[in-house]
Design a protein around this ligand. Structure first.
Ligand code: MN
Length: 202
């Protein structure tokens, strides 16, 4: 079965005016869709075709197959990105995730500051992540299609910092885009659920 473009978990205009429907139309409908289309073409008739997306990513990384890796990782990264945003924004972390953030970063404010520095400081295109490293929380940045799956880290949240994610809305102002994510759009409740699932599976 070829991979399919997952539907957005909200309407295309649900994040207006912070993230426009025009951005989602291109970012989801063209960029994300394009990675999946290319991935399907690349893996057709190969051993990859029967594998899950995370397994393809790890295997393509081992084989240094950059075409398959880049398109598979971008497919995965974007799916998590859409599920890191919510129209019912202005959330703060709660429960066990909030406790773990205080334990590992000092406070939610200090987490946000580190995330902001990481996202604005990443040169060129890439992703910034909140990950669980065996239960410990860390912020990491990956260039281009890079994904923490290849390092055995469990992603809880991600922010796409490729220019295509924000250029239509705020042009080159990545700082404003990052602040909007942290203050208005981040889906802490989904991140908290991911963290709970990991704790229960541990
Ligand atoms: Mn993107």
């Amino acid at each position: 079965m070829p991979f399919e473009l997952p539907e957005l978990p909200y309407a295309k205009d649900a994040l207006e005016p912070l993230m426009s429907s025009k951005t989602l139309e291109y970012h989801h409908g063209r960029h994300h869709a394009g990675y999946i289309k290319k991935l399907n073409k690349l893996i057709e008739g190969t051993a990859f075709a029967k594998m899950t997306l995370p397994d393809i990513i790890v295997r393509a990384d081992e084989l240094k197959d950059s075409s398959v890796f880049n398109n598979a990782a971008q497919a995965f990264n974007h799916e998590l990105f859409w599920n890191s945003l919510t129209p019912s924004g202005k959330q703060k972390p709660e429960g066990s995730l909030a406790s773990a953030i205080r334990r590992d970063f000092g406070s939610v404010d200090e987490f946000e500051e580190e995330f902001r520095v990481s996202a604005t400081g990443l040169f060129g295109s890439g992703w910034v992540w909140l990950v669980s490293d065996d239960g410990r929380l860390r912020i990491i940045a990956t260039g281009n299609a890079g994904t923490p799956l290849v390092n055995g880290l469990e992603p809880l949240l991600t922010l796409d910092v490729w220019e295509h994610a924000y250029y239509l809305d705020v042009q080159n102002d990545r700082g404003k885009y990052v602040d909007t994510f942290l203050n208005e759009l981040v889906d802490w409740s989904a991140a908290g659920e991911r963290f709970e699932r990991l704790r229960k599976a541990a």
